[in-house]
Design a protein around this ligand. Structure first.
Ligand code: MLC
Ligand code: AMP
Length: 498
């Protein structure tokens, strides 16, 4: 069945082929519920799916794919501003899911029930690899998120390359609890199981207890998840029988790698990717697991390093350059943004990842950082500083704001906002002038500061954008440090924020 070959029945079936947050489904049941969605979706310009971690979300996404309609996963916790942007920008006509808002955000509601079945005459859309499968919204350094267009052929190529790298097949049980609106949880974590034929256990949330209880052979997690598992030795030891523990979406700290290896008896396999490129570099199941390294290019993908001067950088294990990639897993561009699409590629057709890397003579890749401080990775989520700054500036009590990702032992980076209060907007909690009026983060040590308390600003952002884009900490300052060109000196803020 095109992309989702396991739905053809060739790998057999079982009553619990998929378990999502405790709800078990056979593939036949999934195909029935998804077929009912597809039947009502055919011909639509796009199907938005309110992507809660449920079996209904899986049925809705699969339904859209079977109908040949672009599927637009919507983060379930996105505030009205972000959701309205995604729905408007994507042009989706239908909103599928359970517990839909009463007005379905102005779209036609498509409630999903696992008991639904399509009419007898229904058939999946004809296969077409060039057709857009998913429109995944992802943050850039500035502006609202852009919709990355992922065609069926890129998803198929990306999943086949990972099946090859990890010997991932129908004998596996894949376990994870990642969100169903990003590449990691949705493409690898759901569509991967439906292409390789592996069983899938989605734990609802990616908790150590959930992972420990699931008894899988193959586990996916972001580094924050692995770090929390490594901090619970009893849970970690339950994973000793697994075949492969895979980490990705952000750098896995070497101490977490080592602790997992000590507790489970096996070293985690790291892999690297992006929304726009899918997974391009991976540690192979039969290859070396090297702490701090993400492996080698997957089948069909080529990589190169380019210096700031545009010249090639040698793969000598020491020289750093921007990582550029090429291959069948790449996206088709950003929806409705020809300029951004063109800017993402070099003149000779390579995708600029914006990540800075080192490649060894043995082909092993190490990601050493990002070219821009304005793309933050927190808990594996990609967050554009500019989007959070714009949300903060919408608050009447805020004159200016700068957002940075401060190193954080749990999240990799934590979103920290430096805020200049508008004249008359607020007094200072500590009554002091100058920088450093830090108000505690989620712990809430700071109270209201006039009309713009830290809690107020954090909640203000959470009401407009996805909750993970909330600042963890707000620092009130009189001025933002700027260079002669007027650009905020974020490196200086970062040094102060550590
Ligand atoms: C968070 N909380 C706050 C807060 N921030 N409360 C007040 N103020 C703030 N600023 C709340 C949360 O809502 C939550 O509440 C609680 O604090 C704990 O939050 P947390 O520390 O963020 O933990 P958690 O919610 O458990 O999230 C951690 C996580 C999550 C790892 C589960 O970050 C996650 O799912 N990450 C995965 C991201 C991902 O899939 N990325 C892949 C992108 S694709 P409560 O009440 O809810 O408990 C990609 C390509 C590739 O990158 O290579 O894979
Ligand atoms: P996203 O588009 O949300 O998928 O985020 C992609 C970004 O995540 C990449 O550009 C990298 O900065 C980062 N990333 C993904 N995997 C890894 C990894 N294994 N190590 C370091 N960074 C990673």
């Amino acid at each position: 069945m095109g992309l989702l070959t396991a739905l053809d029945g060739g790998y057999g079936d079982r009553a619990d082929a998929l378990v999502v947050d405790g709800t078990a489904l056979s593939r036949e049941q999934l195909l029935g519920a998804a077929g009912a969605v597809a039947e009502r979706t055919a011909g639509a310009p796009g199907l938005a799916v309110l992507a809660r971690p449920t079996a209904e979300t899986v049925a809705a996404v699969v339904g859209g794919l079977l109908a040949g309609v672009p599927v637009v996963p919507v983060p379930p916790d996105s505030g009205p501003l972000e959701r309205a942007h995604i729905l408007r920008d994507s042009g989706a006509a239908l909103l599928a899911g359970t517990g839909l808002p009463e007005d379905a955000d102005g779209l036609t509601p498509l409630p999903v029930s696992l008991a639904d079945r399509p009419g007898g005459g229904w058939r999946p859309a004809a296969e077409d690899g060039d057709r857009t499968a998913l429109v995944l919204y992802t943050s850039g350094t500035t502006g609202a998120p852009k919709g990355a267009l992922l065609p069926h052929r890129a998803l198929a190529a990306g999943l086949d390359a990972l099946a090859d790298a990890w010997r991932w097949d129908a004998d596996d049980t894949l376990v994870h609890g990642l969100p169903l609106f990003h590449v990691h949880g949705l493409v690898l974590g759901v569509l991967g199981a439906l292409r390789t034929g592996s069983r899938l256990v989605h734990t609802g949330r990616p908790t150590p207890a959930g992972y420990a209880a699931a008894r899988g052979s193959l586990y996916f997690g972001v580094p924050t998840v692995w770090s929390r598992i490594a901090a619970e030795p009893a849970a970690a030891r339950e994973l000793a029988a697994a075949r492969l523990l895979v980490s990705g979406s952000a750098p896995l700290p070497v101490p977490v790698f080592e602790r997992l290896r000590d507790l489970t008896g096996q070293a985690p396999a790291e892999r690297y990717g992006m929304t726009e490129t899918l997974i391009t570099v991976a540690t192979r199941a039969d290859g070396e697991r090297r702490p701090g390294a993400v492996g080698v290019p997957v089948a069909g993908v080529r990589t190169r390093l380019v210096g700031e001067d545009g010249r090639p950088v040698p793969s000598d294990g020491e020289s750093v350059g921007e990582l550029q990639v090429q291959g069948p897993t790449l996206f088709d561009g950003y929806l409705g943004r020809p300029e951004a699409t063109a800017a993402a590629r070099t003149a000779d057709g390579w995708f600029r990842t914006g990540d800075v890397a080192v490649i060894g003579p043995d082909g092993f890749h190490r990601i050493v950082g990002r070219a821009s401080v304005d793309l933050i990775k927190s808990g594996g989520y990609r967050i554009g500083a500019g989007e959070v700054e714009a949300a903060l500036r919408d608050h009447p009590g805020v004159a200016d704001a700068a957002v940075v990702g401060v190193p954080d032992p749990d999240l990799g980076q934590a979103v920290v906002a430096y805020v200049v209060v508008a004249d008359g907007g607020a007094g200072r909690a500590d009554g002091a002038g100058g920088a450093g009026g830090s108000v505690g983060g989620a712990g809430g040590s700071g109270g209201a500061v006039g009309s713009v308390g830290e809690r107020e600003l954090i909640d203000f952002v959470a009401r407009r954008l996805s909750v993970h884009k909330r600042p963890r900490r707000v620092v009130l300052v009189d001025d933002l440090p700027r260079n002669a060109m007027g650009k905020v000196l974020k490196k200086q803020l970062l040094d102060e924020g550590r």
